[in-house]
Design a protein around this ligand. Structure first.
Ligand code: HEM
Ligand code: CA
Length: 256
């Protein structure tokens, strides 16, 4: 979403590069080690042949399968950016409290139609949300669109309006299948159990509600749409030909 699928997010601070990881919008991104290890193995086998951008895209593909989602046939050949786009992160990556119209127009502008956007948000069927991103819907008063049973549970997980930064406080997005990319997310949001504003609005907005109903009713249909949308996402504005480079290490641009 930031400029293109060019691995700019992987660059660390060095020689004038200010990492996109420094943006508050990158909150929660972690575990970059496996990408380094994949790159090291590839450099041993075929030096400067497989870009970090391809590693990111194909890792998303493999992660999707490992989580019980669909297999997405993806092209390769993306090249890596030589710059980072720290100043574009906030305008490109949606915020925890963004509303549906803002998110739809942002996603539409990179070729993701409304149905594809609904399907991609199904990624919230896995993982967690930290209290920092939830407390606004719990305190001082509980958001009336939030299911009361779920709200009571969330208040236990996040007992104070200002989460203690030293404690890692979070809730799983989907309590029953947190490590399966399935359509339980859509069933949950129809019951008022969406954690983020965007999850809650997805079930009620008149541009998205009908897709939510269909995905909640049919896991295969969700998987088909997720596969279609992930493919679009993986092909946004790639660097090709002589643009960019094939990095030797994903955290740094090449020195030569
Ligand atoms: C469209 C608007 C979106 C918003 C506003 C949004 C926002 C967020 C927020 C605030 C979190 C919690 C971060 C934390 O507290 O640690 C989160 C988690 C997550 N999001 Fe999104 N997201 C959006 C779309 C997407 C899309 C399109 C995908 C992938 C296709 C995605 C995948 C995930 C995943 C996998 C997690 C769990 C991460 C973890 O367990 O650490 N999200 N999202
Ligand atoms: Ca799930």
């Amino acid at each position: 979403m930031v400029e293109s699928c060019d691995a700019s997010v992987l660059l660390d601070n060095k020689d004038g590069i200010e990492s996109e990881k420094n943006s508050p919008r990158s909150f929660g991104m972690r575990n970059f080690g496996p990408i380094d290890r994949i790159k090291e193995a590839l450099e041993k086998e075929c030096p400067q042949t497989v870009s970090c951008a391809d590693i990111v895209a194909l890792s998303a593909r493999e992660g999707t399968v490992l989580l019980g989602g669909p297999y997405v046939e993806m092209k390769t050949g993306r090249r890596d950016s030589k710059v980072s786009f720290l100043d574009q992160v906030e305008s490109s990556i949606p915020n925890f409290n963004d509303s549906m119209p803002v998110v739809l127009s942002r996603f539409n502008s990179v070729g993701l139609d409304d149905e594809a956007t609904v399907a991609l948000l199904g990624a919230h069927s896995v993982g967690r949300v930290h209290c920092l991103n939830i407390v606004g819907r719990l305190y001082p008063t509980v958001d009336p669109t939030l299911n009361p049973t779920r709200a009571a549970y969330l208040k236990k997980r996040c007992p104070t309006p200002e989460p203690d930064p030293k404690k890692v406080q979070y809730s799983r997005t989907d309590l029953l299948t947190p490590a399966v990319l399935d359509n339980l997310y859509y069933k949950n949001i129809l019951r008022g159990e969406g954690l983020l504003t965007i999850d809650a609005e997805l079930a009620t907005d008149n541009r998205t509600a009908a897709f939510v109903e269909k995905m909640a009713a049919d896991n295969d249909y969700f998987h088909q749409q997720f596969a279609r949308a992930l493919l679009i996402l993986s092909e946004i504005n790639p660097l090709t030909g002589h643009q960019g480079e094939i990095r030797k290490k994903c955290r740094f641009v090449n020195q030569d």
